[in-house]
Design a protein around this ligand. Structure first.
Ligand code: PXL
Length: 279
């Protein structure tokens, strides 16, 4: 049986993020995707003049239909939502559609580099913190982890260490792991810190390019691997290596400030790696 994963996040037509990335990566990894767009944007929000339509009304109708069909999902991956109402609906979605034993993977997706994305405020963060309690693993970058934990952000390894020491405060009955991305390490390295049931760090060299959407690429690959039964540690390692390789590839491909990571030519390598490790 092909595992079925529900993905709730925005569809941004330009900028290689969110649902656009998930719908390319997850089927390539052998998963069936039930895509639920939470909002429709002309581009992601770092572009000037983007359009935004909140689809929460339609989401309610879709959920009512799926409920009538008695749908359950083998995994649920939630990314960028965009409004408090959408956070509430995502919470309801988990309660209605989580199959027994299904992973719920949440990427809070509300900020980076010490700041919130356009359109978000403290109320949004506080509500999202409550949604985190319903996931079994969350994937904040270090900025989002600071906001969730009420810690000051700084682009330093000391800040990442502070977040690591405090991250257990987010854990609970459901939430087993806080996997923090974009952490600084000493000697100009960057990478992952996982706090919770699976404690580990995974540093790698720091690349000169920082692309929007790289967190979404990491999250999609990670969610796919978790759904396929990999451990948090294995899934994190493979997703981090793949994202790093795609960013390195993108460095030779022109202006990437807002257009996301050039991951498409790298999908074959990802599938081969997953296949080799299964062999
Ligand atoms: O990559 C995160 C993301 C997702 N969706 C939208 C965004 C962003 C980051 O800016 O604007 C709409």
């Amino acid at each position: 049986m092909i595992p079925r994963i529900a993905v709730l996040q925005d569809l941004s037509c330009i900028g290689r993020c969110s649902l656009g990335v998930a719908m390319s990566v997850l089927p390539a990894m052998g998963l069936e995707v039930a895509a639920l767009p939470t909002a429709l944007l002309s581009t992601h929000t770092a572009f000037e003049g983007f359009t935004f339509v909140d689809l929460s009304g339609e989401l309610e109708r879709i959920m009512a239909h799926w409920r009538a069909l008695k749908m359950k999902f083998d995994a649920i991956y939630i990314g960028y939502l965009g409004s408090i109402r959408l956070i509430e609906l995502a919470e309801r979605f988990i309660n209605l559609f989580r199959a027994e034993g299904a992973h719920v993977i949440l990427d809070p997706a509300f900020g980076d580099n010490g700041a919130l994305y356009t359109g978000f405020d403290g109320t949004y963060v506080a509500r999202l913190r409550k949604l985190c309690e319903h996931a079994d693993v969350i994937l904040p970058n270090v900025t989002e982890a600071c906001f969730l934990l009420d810690l000051p952000w700084e682009d330093s390894s000391a800040c990442a260490e502070h977040v690591r020491a405090e991250a257990h405060r987010l854990l609970g009955e459901w939430l087993q792991n806080v996997l923090i991305t974009s952490c600084r390490f000493p000697d100009d390295r960057t990478g992952l810190i996982c706090a919770g049931a699976d404690e580990f760090v995974y540093p790698h060299d720091r690349l000169a390019l920082s692309c929007p959407g790289s967190g979404d690429l990491f999250a999609s690959v990670f969610a796919g691997l978790m759904t396929l039964g990999r451990s948090v540690h294995e899934a994190a390692r493979i997703a981090a290596d793949f994202t790093r390789d795609c960013i390195e590839y993108s460095m030779n491909c022109g202006d990437h400030r807002w257009y996301g990571v050039d991951f498409e030519p790298m999908l074959g390598a990802l599938i081969r790696r997953i296949g080799e490790e299964n062999a």
